[in-house]
Design a protein around this ligand. Structure first.
Ligand code: GTP
Ligand code: MG
Length: 193
C-alpha cells in the first residue's frame, strides 16, 4: 500500500480520549522492546513517527496514528518488563484490557513476537486473551534479520507450536530493519478493512 499521509492523532489513556468516528483500527501488542513501534514506522515509511528505544518501556500510552485518512494504527505499551511496579502493571493491564475488549473499530490485533526466541508465557497469555475475546489476531514474527535465513522456517515452527496457533490465524515473517514482510502485512490489513 502507498502511504501518502501518516500522523499521530492522540496519546490516550481513557476511552473518552479515543478518536471518534468509525475508521478501521489495528492495534499492536507484544512484549516490551520486541519492536511494536518499529513495526509501525516501517509500515508507514517513517523513521521515528512512533517513538522507539533500545530500552524497554518506551511506549506508555495508547498512541493513535491516522494513515491516509483511512485507518488507525494504535501503538500500545509492551508487557513483561520487570522493572515496573505492581500498581503500574495493574494500570497498564486495565488500560489495554479496556481498549481491546470495548473498541468496536478494532479489526485485528497484531501480536508481535521475536522470531529469535520461542514466545514467552506472556505472549501465550496474550494470544489466548485474543482467542477468548474473539479478537482477530495476526502474528508478526519480527527481527528476522537477526537470524540466518536458513533458520527462519525452524523458528517459525517453534513460534506456531508454542502459541498453539489456530488454523486460519496468520503468521508473517517480518523485519523492521530490512522491510521483509511489509507487503504481506499490508495485504493482510487491507483484506480486513
Ligand atoms: P516498548 O514501547 O518499550 O514496548 O517497545 P517496542 O515494542 O515498541 O520496541 P521498539 O520498536 O522501541 O524497538 C525496541 C528495539 O528493538 C529498538 O532498539 C529497535 O531498533 C529494535 N528493533 C525493532 N525491530 C527490529 C527488527 O526488526 N530488527 C532489528 N535488528 N532490530 C529491531
Ligand atoms: Mg513502543
Amino acid at each position: 500500500m502507498k502511504v501518502t499521509s501518516a500522523e499521530i492523532v492522540i496519546s490516550a489513556v481513557r476511552p473518552e480520549q479515543y478518536p471518534e468516528g468509525d475508521l478501521p483500527e489495528f492495534a499492536l501488542a507484544g512484549r516490551s522492546n520486541v519492536g511494536k513501534s518499529s513495526f509501525i514506522n516501517k509500515m508507514l515509511n517513517r523513521k521515528s513517527l512512533a517513538r522507539t528505544s533500545s530500552k524497554p518501556g518506551k511506549t506508555q500510552t495508547l498512541n493513535f496514528f491516522i494513515i491516509n485518512e483511512m485507518m488507525h494504527f494504535v501503538d500500545v505499551p509492551g508487557y513483561g518488563y520487570a522493572k515496573v511496579s505492581k500498581s503500574e502493571r495493574a494500570a497498564w493491564g486495565k488500560m489495554i484490557e479496556t481498549y481491546l475488549t470495548t473498541r468496536e473499530q478494532l479489526r485485528a490485533a497484531l501480536l508481535i513476537v521475536d522470531l529469535r526466541h520461542p514466545p514467552t508465557k506472556d505472549d501465550v497469555m496474550m494470544y489466548d486473551f485474543f482467542k477468548h475475546y474473539e479478537i482477530p489476531c495476526i502474528v508478526i514474527a519480527t527481527k528476522a534479520d537477526k537470524i540466518p535465513k536458513g533458520k527462519w522456517q525452524k523458528h517459525l515452527k517453534v513460534t506456531k507450536e508454542t502459541l498453539q496457533l489456530e488454523k486460519g490465524d496468520e503468521i508473517i515473517l517480518f523485519s523492521s530493519e530490512t522491510g521483509l514482510g511489509k507487503e504481506e502485512a499490508w495485504k493482510s490489513l487491507q483484506a480486513r478493512m
